[in-house]
Design a protein around this ligand. Structure first.
Ligand code: SAM
Length: 326
């Protein structure tokens, strides 16, 4: 049975978070204080992830993105990519902070990874260090170099813009995309930060980014699939592309095709879901593939119409981004 929710949306995309651990501590995501990590026994084993993905592929999932936490901090992630490839996943991608990418890019390609998204929130070393609370700027740039030199295509670089922190770099990021002939994506800051510091005033809208970049360089819209998160534009006079991901100012829930599987085996139907659905206890309790598939159908049927960030009384989910998987 293909996965379709009660609003008729077909579910074809899965994000799999393989760990809630991250070697960065970005200010808009994690707190400065150490948080409690999931106990190792709660994390799905690679075999368990593989089994769930196989069931989901059988139900119509075509795209799988491996994420975290930071996916590359979990040992064995390349082997996992190879297993996903062997399941016949058509579009296999990863989101990473890039820190370990230079050493892993070739291995990931050999394992079957198709494309990669790398987070980079500042082109200014000091600011990058303040945002990520690490001293890893050179390694991340080396990771982007390695991705561009590899067969991973396209290479997308993601920046979360936060007013007063890195919104002065919009044009610099556009130049980065042009110089390097890559896709630079601007993500609106969402209320998923561990410090609960998010305010609407901190959001830099995609409309502002569009206005500022197109004032310098004429942009041409690129056709996108309805379920894609980004509105895409190329530069009329040169290389590179930008993507605007506007979940706050222009929610795209009406065409959402995504499910998320957390590192501890919970299925989430929306980034902002209040509840997640426990598949781990089914896996470990001896359920058959058929029973798990039936449960997934029932969960998907209840997928939310949309997030409620812009509605009065909105409350963020209890899980923050790092433990959901972005
Ligand atoms: N560690 C990997 C990375 O840095 O890309 C993957 C996980 S990270 C949680 C996935 C994406 O979520 C990153 O692009 C990150 O910038 C984004 N993100 C984290 N917190 C966010 C927030 N509050 N609003 C918008 N995006 C956020």
């Amino acid at each position: 049975m293909p996965l379709t929710d009660k609003f008729g949306r077909q579910i074809t995309d899965l994000r799999v978070s393989v760990t809630d651990r991250c070697n960065f501590r970005c200010v808009y995501c994690r707190s400065a204080d150490p948080e409690k990590h999931m106990p190792a026994r709660d994390l799905l084993e690679w075999d368990e992830f593989e089994r769930l993905v196989a069931i989901l592929v059988g139900m119509g999932i075509r795209k799988v993105r491996v994420t975290g936490g930071e996916p590359m901090v979990r040992k064995g992630v390349e082997g996992f990519i190879a297993r996903l490839k062997a399941l016949g996943v058509q579009d296999l991608s990863m989101t990473t902070n890039g820190y370990l990418l230079a050493e892993h890019a070739e291995g990931l390609v050999a394992a079957g990874l198709n494309r990669i998204n790398i987070s980079l929130d500042s082109l200014d070393r000091d600011k990058f260090e303040r945002i990520t609370r690490t001293k890893t700027f050179d390694q991340v740039i080396a990771g982007i170099d390695a991705a561009q030199a590899s067969h991973l295509r396209p290479v997308k670089v993601n920046a979360v813009l936060v007013r007063g922190i890195n919104d002065d770099e919009v044009e610099a990021f556009a130049e980065f995309a042009r110089d390097r002939n890559l896709i630079m994506r601007f993500i609106e800051f969402m209320p998923l930060d561990a410090d609960r510091a998010w305010t609407r005033g901190m959001v830099v809208t995609g409309a502002e980014v569009y206005r500022r970049i197109s004032a310098r360089w004429p942009l041409i819209q690129v056709v996108h699939e309805l379920s894609e998160t980004a509105r895409k534009y190329r530069f009329a006079d040169g290389r590179g592309e930008i993507g605007l991901i506007n979940p706050v100012s222009q929610p795209f829930c009406g065409h959402c095709s995504r499910l998320r599987l957390t590192a501890d085996g919970k299925l989430r139907t929306c980034l902002f879901s209040k509840d997640d659905h426990d598949l781990r206890s089914l896996l470990r309790g001896g359920a058959t593939d058929r029973e798990i598939g039936d449960e997934i159908l029932a969960i998907v049927a209840q997928k939310e119409k949309g997030h409620r960030i812009n509605e009065p009384g909105f409350l963020p989910p209890s899980r923050t981004m790092v433990s959901i998987g972005g």
